[in-house]
Design a protein around this ligand. Structure first.
Ligand code: FMN
Length: 356
């Protein structure tokens, strides 16, 4: 996992509450865009929201220490248009997590998500992330402390286990503990993490995926939303998985091919996309870009999230090249973005008329 100065400084209930059952029914967690450090920052999330009204968006992970002692305005700010948006926290101290969760709730986030999946060295040294798969009771205490402090949902994103753990047992113990503590949804990256020997990037690809474990978890905890994450790349694959789980969370595919989001509302919710085309999405992003430029945000900090938008379309390479080279120049503005857009051939599956 990548670290950034702004980020990583980094369910048995046999009783189903009416609130929980409604949450599952209304599709709150049906389609989520994963938390990704250095990728899902506020500019990225704003752009993703232009592409999909229904996606549930997640922040980059913020370590509790950063939330409690860092520049909160810079770390936590987001645009109201991003709702529903979840704040992901990394930590293992129940009291500190509760305090950070309260700050997140007061800042207007719709959910607090606890990271029990990140395997980076830096996270291990802080005793949070995937290594907490080894301490289900502590994770339950963390969830209980946050639940006692905030009214918004508290969710957990975890692996199926770490190192030599038996995944079925490890995932089951973690789920039991956090669900007993009131966890509102469990998001499972359906592979183990190897804390020694694999880089964070390798830990996203090398350990084999096991969707069956997550399906079985859903069967075991029918009243708690269970969200499947890991390796999902196409909307048809996601639609098929939604027969077995309450939601899907997509990471790299959504970031690297944002036009996938443009098709998600129609494919997963039967609703029209918010904009008719990828090009229209860029146009809709321009007022936001202008406003941020006026605040001193450099163009490339926003346009870097758009590089994959026209993948598969004629002109996609020219678009990427133009944006990558020109948006970093001092003084680059929306003219640079428009010039790049002019290089993309209108038409094609992602150029026009994607909306239903
Ligand atoms: C660049 C990058 C940064 C990530 N940062 C986080 C993070 O901050 N918190 C987290 O829980 N997972 C993080 N992840 C993992 C993703 O949320 C997701 O679990 C993983 O990529 C598997 O989903 P995918 O196959 O759909 O990409 C990151 C992944 C990537 C590629």
């Amino acid at each position: 996992m990548r670290n950034s100065p702004s980020a990583g400084q980094a369910c048995y209930g046999s009783q189903m509450s009416a609130g929980t059952s409604k949450k599952i029914a209304d599709g709150t967690y049906r389609f989520c865009v994963a938390p990704m450090m250095e990728w899902t920052d506020r500019h990225c999330r704003f752009f993703h929201r232009i592409l999909s009204r229904r996606a549930r968006l997640y922040s980059e992970m913020l370590a509790v220490g950063a939330v409690l002692h860092g520049n909160r305005d810079r770390l936590l700010r987001f645009d109201q248009a991003e709702h529903p948006v979840a704040l992901q926290l990394g930590g293992s101290d129940p009291a500190k997590l509760a305090a950070a969760a309260e700050i997140g709730a007061d800042s207007g986030y719709d959910e607090i998500n606890l990271n029990i999946g990140c395997p980076s060295e830096r996270v291990k040294s802080g005793a949070f992330g995937a290594c907490l798969m080894l301490q289900p009771k502590l994770v339950g205490d963390c969830v209980a402390a946050m639940k006692a402090r905030v009214k918004i949902p508290v969710t957990v994103k975890c692996r199926t286990g770490v190192d030599e753990q038996d995944p079925e047992a490890a995932l089951g113990l973690l789920a039991e503990s956090v669900i007993a503590a009131g966890c509102d949804a469990l998001i499972v990256h359906a592979r183990k993490a190897w804390l020694k020997g694999l880089s964070p990037k390798e830990n996203r690809d090398v350990p084999p995926l096991d969707y069956g474990l997550v399906h079985a978890l859903k069967q075991r905890f029918p009243n708690v939303p269970v969200v499947l994450n890991g390796g999902l790349a196409t909307l048809s694959q996601m639609r098929a998985e939604l027969d077995s789980v309450d939601g899907v969370m997509v990471g790299r595919a959504a970031y690297q091919d944002p036009a996938l989001l443009l098709e998600a509302d129609a494919a997963l919710f039967g609703e029209a996309a918010p904009v008719v085309s990828a090009a229209a999405a860029v146009e809709a992003f321009i007022p936001y870009v202008e406003a941020r430029l006026a605040e001193g945000v450099p163009l490339h900090a926003m346009t870097r999230h758009l590089l994959g938008l026209f993948n598969g379309l004629s002109g996609a390479r020219a678009w990427r090249r133009q944006l990558a080279a020109e948006a970093v120049r001092p003084g680059a503005g929306v003219g640079t973005l428009r010039a790049a857009l002019a290089l993309v051939e209108p038409g094609g599956p992602r150029g026009v008329s994607v909306a239903a």
